[in-house]
Design a protein around this ligand. Structure first.
Ligand SMILES: Cc1cc2nc3c(=O)[nH]c(=O)nc-3n(C[C@H](O)[C@H](O)[C@H](O)COP(=O)(O)OP(=O)(O)OC[C@H]3O[C@@H](n4cnc5c(N)ncnc54)[C@H](O)[C@@H]3O)c2cc1C
Length: 235
């Protein structure tokens, strides 16, 4: 599918938690993409663009974007300023950070690791694998965030947990309050503790560059073939 410019309209916008916003863009025609792909939004009159992963499954005429506006650059300010009904120019859909169905025959488990809004494409890939493709091996998401007040989509993760025994979800906070009952630290600390059949694991990493470099190293040391590690760097 060749990427093309499409004009959409903001249908819905919600602050999920902290600096994280969900923006739904509707189109007059059906849009098609593969879970994991991203869109490129025109964020100013000069034609500057910013990339945002599609955070929803292909479902007809709309896409959801999950945006952390904390960088507060042009893209963040554009997203913050959007109102329901505003027009948006979207170039879509881009990227090869998708799950190749051919690899699923051999895979025993699939590990997804995200920091922050890097969870956006991973959630759709996980939902596609479990609800649509009925992948029966283990699917695990390790998600790193900073504070409790930034958290969102926990109910959504619980729902996937309820629906699939083969889904595991580890949330890890780097700067929680004293009484945080969950994991404290970084995603690498969690991945380090995992034991599984690493040679038959596929890994999909999304978020900050440092995390991707660290996890990639960790996985290769554990015996995951380099060709089975896929990533999307946000910054
Ligand atoms: C393929 C791809 C998909 C992306 N998908 C998403 C997405 O789904 N949701 C999303 O929120 N962002 C996503 N990003 C990041 C996004 O494109 C922008 O880089 C981000 O919104 C910052 O843009 P800005 O214009 O506000 O800040 P800029 O002026 O471009 O950057 C300001 C500073 O913030 C740093 N920075 C950039 N992104 C982040 C971040 N997420 N957290 C902390 N610091 C950051 C930059 O390195 C820079 O130093 C994606 C990036 C890529 C390459």
């Amino acid at each position: 599918m060749t990427p093309k410019k499409i004009i959409g309209k903001v249908e819905f916008k919600e602050n999920l938690a902290g600096k994280n916003w969900l923006v739904r863009i509707g189109f007059s025609e059906e849009v098609n993409f593969i879970p994991g792909q991203y869109s490129s939004l025109k964020v100013n009159e000069a034609g500057l663009r910013r990339s945002y992963s599609v955070a929803s499954l292909p479902n007809g005429k709309s896409i959801d974007l999950l945006v952390d506006v904390s960088p507060m650059g042009i893209g963040s300010r554009f997203i913050l300023g959007l109102k329901v009904g505003d027009e948006v120019e979207v170039l879509g859909f881009l990227g090869r950070f998708t799950v190749d169905s051919n690899l699923l025959f051999e895979a025993k488990s699939i590990l997804f690791v995200a920091t922050g809004t890097g969870v956006a494409p991973l959630k759709t890939m996980i939902e596609d694998l479990l609800y649509n493709k009925r992948f029966a091996g283990e699917v695990r998401l390790v998600w790193g965030m900073r504070h409790e007040e930034d958290l969102y989509w926990l109910k959504e993760m619980e729902n996937i947990n309820r629906d699939f025994d083969n889904f595991r979800f580890d949330l890890v906070l780097s700067k929680p309050k004293e009484d945080w009952p969950g994991f404290k630290g970084h995603v690498t600390d969690v991945v380090r503790t995992l034991s599984q059949n690493w040679s038959q694991t596929l890994a999909y990493l999304c978020g900050a560059k440092e995390m991707i470099i660290e996890i990639n190293k960790e996985l290769i040391a554990k015996g995951v073939p380099e060709t089975q590690v896929f990533y999307e760097k946000y910054f």
